[in-house]
Write a protein that binds this ligand. Sequence first.
Ligand code: NAD
Ligand code: TYD
Length: 339
Amino acid sequence: MNILITGGAGFIGTNFVRYWSSKYPKDKIVVLDKLTYAGNIENLEDLIKTDKIIFIKGDIVNKELLEHIIIHYKIETIVHFAAESHVDRSIDAPEDFIMTNIIGTFRILELLKKYKHIRFHHVSTDEVFGELPLNDKTIKFTEKTKYDPRSPYSASKASADHLVRSYTTTYGILATISNCSNNYGPYCYPEKLIPLVITRALMNEQIPVYGLGNQIRDWIHVEDHILGIDLILQKGKIGHTYLLGGNGEKENIYIVKKILEILNKPNSLIVHVGDRKGHDHRYAIDFSKAANEIGFKPLRNLDEGLKETINWYKNNQDWWIKLKPNADKIAQKYLSNPI
Ligand code: NAD
Ligand code: TYD
């Protein structure tokens, strides 16, 4: 199979490309990535050098480039990860989110109208559903939950999801969508909560916890997310959406303290800071549709996965130390407003 992976040099994309090239070595794997601050070609260097993948630096908004890739490499499947992905950045500067997440997805969809044979999987987020209440843990997101995005990031992803669905209904493109909860694991840019806490704790630096830290995320190991996408590509029904989650609901403060405990660092590094604007309180996924229809089951235990992830960051300081000055900018801003 000839597969195009957009955003393959980012966190989840890298893990997906590495998984795919090892599981399906006969496939032709083409990666298209703009290499924004979040994309890192070093993640894939060994695969590029050994011709296991073809890497193209470019923008998904560029329709001529997209069409050239589709024709030249006879693309049969597209897995679409490319996006601006950090909520705090979307609050400060939403324009890139609109361009990449909405216009970029639209450009791919327009080509799918013409290249109707291509199987398309759109990687999305549970954040499109807005937030759940903290006081009723029985309520979770399902495929029937109505969209209610509350940040520019989630609104841009919601727009893209709607476009994908509309192109499936209107033009018959062969698309599926997954909405997954918060991922953790290797290669995650150290601006997101888990790698931010690990890298700052390793440097004995203060850790900003937004508000009380009682917000809840449903953490999933990136490898489980990838298994879910593979299952959707194999068994998912065209036009369907699948929610993927990790059975990993935890308060932010639990995650932060757990990381400090594993690293043997003091809780005194924690600084409660002014809350994120429009902060979603809780996300939680009911993934029974994916479990029943495609056999999805998250395999990774959160505490074990956290230990492994911490070890990865400990062993790969060269990877993250260069990224840290940029990743720290948002943390510094929050830390200037302690509560
Ligand atoms: P990331 O920010 O780590 O990586 C995004 C990648 O996309 C980078 O390599 C970047 O260079 C590339 N990119 C950005 N704009 C581009 C453009 N215009 N053209 C080509 N490439 C471009 O993001 P991630 O965490 O790996 O997320 C990947 C996808 O998964 C996103 O669509 C995101 O919405 C979704 N998702 C993420 C999570 C999570 O917890 N990280 C959870 C659910 C869904
Ligand atoms: P994040 O990793 O940015 O993912 P998302 O906002 O997409 O869920 O944040 C996860 C949670 O951690 C979220 O509730 C915000 C919170 N958070 C902090 O308390 N401090 C931080 O420095 C960061 C980056 C996030």
